[in-house]
Design a protein around this ligand. Structure first.
Ligand SMILES: C[S@@+](CC[C@H](N)C(=O)[O-])C[C@H]1O[C@@H](n2cnc3c(N)ncnc32)[C@H](O)[C@@H]1O
Length: 324
């Protein structure tokens, strides 16, 4: 008839984490600032990132050690190709929480000076709360609603709840009635404002940075590690020796034309001789990753290496990158 979600830490959350069941986790668990994020364990953070679907169909799934084996391959290529470079410049695109960027940076920086920029387009969530509204409404930065969270329930904002859970469906219909007010509030507050809710007593907007707390702390302390917002489709002047785009250019996310635009933008951001790494995690359990390494030569790309058959869109990337 209904299914409650996980909305607070405690025994219910622990059990839900242990059994890996279908109970939905409230994205509001990410609120409370960096200090709260810091005390969360990695299992919970990974679970919350699994919960995040942005831009309609794009998952933010990531986890520590996801690219342990791949990082060794990257190190080998860097040693071989960039031995003479005084400082290696690396961009990790679509980095989600950035934890895998940090891991790669740590491996690289142990061997040589390396500057790493981890970027993602969906790096912030907004949590809107209004007086008399029983729901906290979690939205993307552009206002697209993602979740309704009450004391006990966690509902999707857009996709209908299952017919097997009529209570959830009924609650979802009621919660959706608040969306015009959420929209008006966000528009009145303007982009990028926190706790600004003009003309509405008791309303608040909280911004949640989606970088892993270890990334935020490292970025604050280390000038050679930074995080920021970047759109994979946006062009950039050639400035990187190594660009990595893992689990971003998935055919399930973007049609071939969009993938081509992104491939051109990524290839165009490479310095001459720079390396582009594109691929997808096939088996999460054993971190098996199908990857292609491309090198920028002249105005095009050449395949340097394919692992596990290479990226599924390898040829498309090669073709698009050949037309810089
Ligand atoms: C599945 S996650 C991959 C995270 C990490 N690279 C990994 O493999 O563990 C895909 C990421 O791509 C990001 N993304 C989606 N569209 C994007 C865009 N247009 N520009 C930059 N990043 C984007 C999402 O926000 C998400 O964090």
């Amino acid at each position: 008839m209904w299914k409650q979600g996980v909305t607070a830490s405690g025994p219910l959350m622990q059990r839900a984490l242990e059994i890996r069941g279908t109970r939905r986790f409230a994205l509001t668990l990410l609120t409370g600032g960096e200090a709260a994020m810091r005390v969360m364990d990695d299992i919970l953070l990974a679970r919350l990132y699994d919960e995040l679907v942005v831009g309609g169909n794009i998952h933010k799934t990531t986890r520590r050690n996801r690219f342990k084996g791949l990082d060794q391959q990257v190190l080998a290529i860097v040693r071989e190709r960039f031995a003479a470079v005084p400082e290696l410049l690396v961009h990790d695109v679509g980095a989600s929480s950035g934890i895998t960027s940090l891991e790669l940076w740590r491996s690289l920086v142990a061997e040589r000076p390396t500057r790493m920029h981890a970027s993602d387009y969906y790096a912030v969530l907004l949590v809107v709360r209004m007086a008399n509204c029983p729901w906290a409404v979690v939205c993307e930065e552009d206002g697209a609603p993602l979740q309704f969270v009450s004391e006990r329930f966690v509902l999707r904002a857009v996709q209908p709840e299952s017919v097997l859970r009529p209570v959830n469906r009924w609650l979802q219909r009621r919660a959706r009635k608040w969306l015009p007010q959420v929209d008006a509030l966000l528009k009145a507050a303007g982009a990028g404002q926190q706790n600004a809710a003009p003309g509405r007593a008791g309303a608040s907007i909280e911004r949640i940075q989606l970088w892993h707390p270890e990334c935020s702390l490292t970025a604050a302390a280390e000038p050679r590690f930074s995080v920021g917002r970047h759109d994979v489709f946006a062009t950039m002047p050639p400035k990187w020796h190594l660009v990595r785009a893992m689990n971003v250019l998935n055919p399930g996310y973007f049609n071939p034309e969009r993938q081509r635009v992104a491939a051109r933008a990524l290839a165009g951001s490479l310095l001459p001789g720079g390396v582009l790494v594109v691929g997808r995690t096939r088996e999460e359990a054993d971190a098996s990753t199908a990857v292609s390494f491309f090198v920028r030569e002249g105005n095009g790309l050449r395949v340097l290496l394919d692992l596990r058959g290479g990226a599924e869109n390898r040829d498309l990337i090669l073709e698009a990158g050949g037309a810089l």
